[in-house]
Design a protein around this ligand. Structure first.
Ligand code: ZN
Length: 287
């Protein structure tokens, strides 16, 4: 039996392949992968960003722009925004266009220099180590980042410190139901079931209930969870790669089974009321 890294609840095994194991917490229902890597910055090099972000930057920017617009009614009025794990700055650009005063945080040396060359101000290093003033941000965003960070609970705590009272955290992350792990378990004999789960890049896996519990456990109030469509942009591969073929088959399978969904979680740092357009709804269990 393992301890959950978020809530210290007991976690039971749900999947294994090679050296990797996934455990689901009985209390908060989050699934975490073991072993967690000690450092991840070297994973996120030029090739990673070229393959997953720069090759589809326009469509990803449009996707984020639409999603951010749809969330506007829950957000504070534009003020200071910190984008955690900002990558090549696709969301920084969207937010700046929407009137936010943006700052990025990023561990990848390639992405940091890319963003700086494009005129953005970046705090380089893990969120737990960068020196930023506490109580100074109106909005802290994690776009498909929290699931990739070994020290995710510490990142949430750090985000809480950096937010002003009444400020908002926004976490977008894939929705991975326990059924996905059942399916991965069926395919683990192929040695390729990791692709279904994005392991080892994705270390923590949430569904709507577990994301709500993790945000509440980190001290955020008025937590609201929404299901949103995933970005459907095409990632470019060279033509004769086996991994390319497998990637698209996995994507198609997940589409067919309705497993390619994402979640957006919002939570408020306790304190004075946000001067936004709408209060964040506390009812996240109506489904
Ligand atoms: Zn837990």
């Amino acid at each position: 039996m393992k301890k959950c890294v978020f809530c210290t609840g007991e976690a039971y095994p749900v999947w294994r392949e090679g050296k990797y194991r996934a455990y689901r917490c009985r209390r908060c229902l989050t699934v975490s992968v073991q072993p967690l890597p000690e450092q991840t910055a070297s994973l996120y090099d030029r090739d990673y960003f070229q393959r997953w972000y720069l090759s589809c930057a326009d469509s990803r920017g449009q996707y984020l722009s639409g999603l951010f617009r749809s969330l506007k009614k829950y957000l504070p009025k534009p003020g200071r925004l910190l984008d955690v794990g900002c990558g090549t700055g696709i969301f920084l650009e969207v937010a700046a266009r929407n009137g936010w005063q943006v700052l990025g945080e990023e561990i990848s040396p390639f992405a940091v220099s890319w963003c700086r060359q494009h005129g953005f101000t970046i705090a380089e290093g893990p969120l737990t180590e960068v020196k930023l003033p506490e109580n100074s941000f109106d909005l802290v965003t994690f776009w498909d980042v929290l699931a990739h960070v070994p020290e995710a609970p510490q990142y949430l705590a750090a985000a809480g410190k950096l937010l002003k009272s009444g400020g908002l955290i926004l976490v977008k992350t894939p929705c991975h139901q326990v059924s996905l792990f059942r399916m991965a378990r069926l395919f683990s004999f192929t040695g390729k079931s990791r692709a279904l789960l994005h392991v080892p890049a994705q270390l923590h896996h949430f569904n709507s209930l577990s994301l709500a519990r993790v945000l509440a456990g980190a001290g955020f109030k008025q937590v609201k969870i929404m299901e949103v469509k995933e970005h459907s942009g095409q990632v470019k591969f060279s033509s004769n790669q086996l991994s390319s073929y497998l990637f698209f088959q996995v994507k198609r399978l997940k589409d067919v089974l309705g497993l390619r969904k994402s979640l957006v979680g919002l939570g408020c740092k306790p304190g004075a009321a946000v001067t936004g357009n709408a209060q964040v709804n506390t009812d996240n269990r109506k489904k």
